[in-house]
Design a protein around this ligand. Structure first.
Ligand code: AMP
Ligand code: MG
Length: 427
């Protein structure tokens, strides 16, 4: 039997990132950037105020305090969106809003809470202000380019675009970006016993549940799905459906890879140009796996058992699809958790046990679910993680530390807030 790691290595050696395309900024979330982004402007674009208050010359108010305020002449108001039209000279101040450019001459801003307005006495000035604090030079000023400077590389090619990258793209004025293409994945189920989700199964028939699960998995990996439904276990039907499937960037089939059945899927894919390989991978559940490349496109023949096909997708298909989408970090990491009860395993294959992973104080705990048969869909629904037992493991005793691969983010979500406790302050 082929070790899981070797199967992954062979697959990934033959899979390459797809081409690139230009998309609108907002459509790039979840995609991988295929170009470096250089700042077309600096941030902040000018020295600006970090507070609502008064821009002034620090030297004018060195003696200022609440008991001995210093009076300055307010020469104008500077709301956000306006630009200073005159410098601040000795004895003067400008009323400034957060984000507004600091006028020439001013070298500090005193927040409005540390000032007191004196009503206007003449028409040409906005009045006077009493300053009750002595700021250092630079206080409450955000300086031009202190975040990033014009021409600087602010995001590197290969970065996964998250909302934070969208913030950066928008702030540097980048309405379009070059990203890796999203893989188009054909999903095909095979079997004479299968019916669609809308059809009530007759005797001997079952619903094509895999097709839907694999489509959902491919979507969760950021792919566009071509849902091809069911191919019958005949040469004609398989040829018909697989001809359509090879238009996609990747092909996923399920079923028909049991030892006796496999020849048919293999023959048809060979006729379509693929050299298919069939492996018994040392993986449980999910032993049989067919893999081939058709004109540069990977084809994955996953097992028919629903749970096996989902486990095989996570280990073999997801990393390949992520690599095609330009991602660098393509493997799901594992966490270490305390197993709450013992479990026995027959050694020989890398075993993926469906389990419930929870946070437990500063650590994680994990409980293997009852009913690990590869047909048990309820356990799949109740689980949020796989406990991974290496091939030589014959099980775990309660409280041992085990490797766990979460397959959704539920362990990182909570129905209540989870902040560190904080003392209340008045500010
Ligand atoms: P196979 O590999 O085709 O022999 O299928 C193995 C088992 O998985 C059989 O019990 C099939 O009925 C079941 N199976 C195959 N394809 C599907 C599918 N698309 N949805 C649900 N079960 C399936
Ligand atoms: Mg079958």
């Amino acid at each position: 039997m082929l070790p899981v790691e070797e199967a992954i290595e062979i697959i990934l050696n033959e899979v390459k990132p797809l081409g690139t395309e230009r998309v609108e900024c907002l459509d790039s979330v979840g995609r991988v950037l295929a170009e470096d982004i250089q700042a077309r402007r600096s941030n902040p674009p000018w020295d600006n105020s970090a507070m609502d208050g008064y821009a002034l010359r620090a030297a004018d108010v060195v003696a200022a305090s609440p008991e001995n305020p210093v009076k300055l002449k307010v020469i104008y108001d500077l709301p956000a969106g306006t630009f200073p039209h005159a410098a601040v000279n000795e004895g003067e101040a400008v009323r400034i809003m957060t984000g507004a450019p600091v006028p020439d001459g001013a070298d500090a801003v005193v927040m409005v809470e540390r000032t007191e307005k004196v009503e206007a006495s003449t028409a040409e000035c906005s009045g006077e202000v009493l300053i009750k604090a002595a700021p250092d030079t630079g206080t409450n000023i955000r300086f031009n380019g202190e975040d990033f400077k014009i021409g600087q590389r602010v995001i590197s090619a290969g970065t996964l675009i998250r909302p934070a990258e969208i913030l950066m793209l928008a702030s540097v004025g980048q309405p379009e970006v070059t990203v890796y293409k999203r893989p188009v994945v054909a999903v095909l189920s095979t079997g004479d016993e299968l019916v669609d989700i809308e059809t009530r199964p007759d005797k001997g028939q079952i619903t094509n549940s895999n097709g839907y699960a694999l489509a959902a998995l491919a979507e969760s990996a950021g792919c566009e799905v071509r849902f091809l439904g069911i191919a019958r276990d005949t040469r004609e039907s398989l040829t018909d459906k697989l001809t359509e499937a090879v238009e996609a960037d990747a092909i996923i089939t399920s079923g028909g890879v049991s030892v006796g059945d496999y020849d048919l899927v293999k023959d048809v894919l060979s006729e379509l140009g693929s050299t298919m390989r069939f492996w018994k991978v040392a993986l449980k559940p999910g032993k049989p796996l067919a893999y081939g490349v058709i004109s540069g496109r990977p084809a994955f023949g996953l097992p028919g058992n629903p749970v096996s096909s989902m486990v095989a997708f996570e280990q073999f298909v997801r990393p390949a699809l992520l690599k095609m989408a330009g991602r660098k970090a393509i493997f799901s990491t594992t966490l270490k958790a305390r197993i709450t009860e013992g479990v026995a395993i027959r050694p020989g294959r890398m075993n993926f046990l469906r389990a419930v992973l929870k946070t437990e104080g500063e650590e994680y705990s994990v409980t293997p679910l009852k009913g690990q048969s590869s047909g048990a869909i309820t356990t799949m629904v109740n689980a949020n993680a796989y406990i991974i037992a290496p091939p030589d493991s014959s099980g775990f005793g309660a409280d041992e530390t085990v490797h766990v691969q979460p397959f959704d983010s539920s362990v990182f979500m909570s129905t209540t807030t989870d902040y560190p406790s904080t003392a209340r302050t008045d500010e």
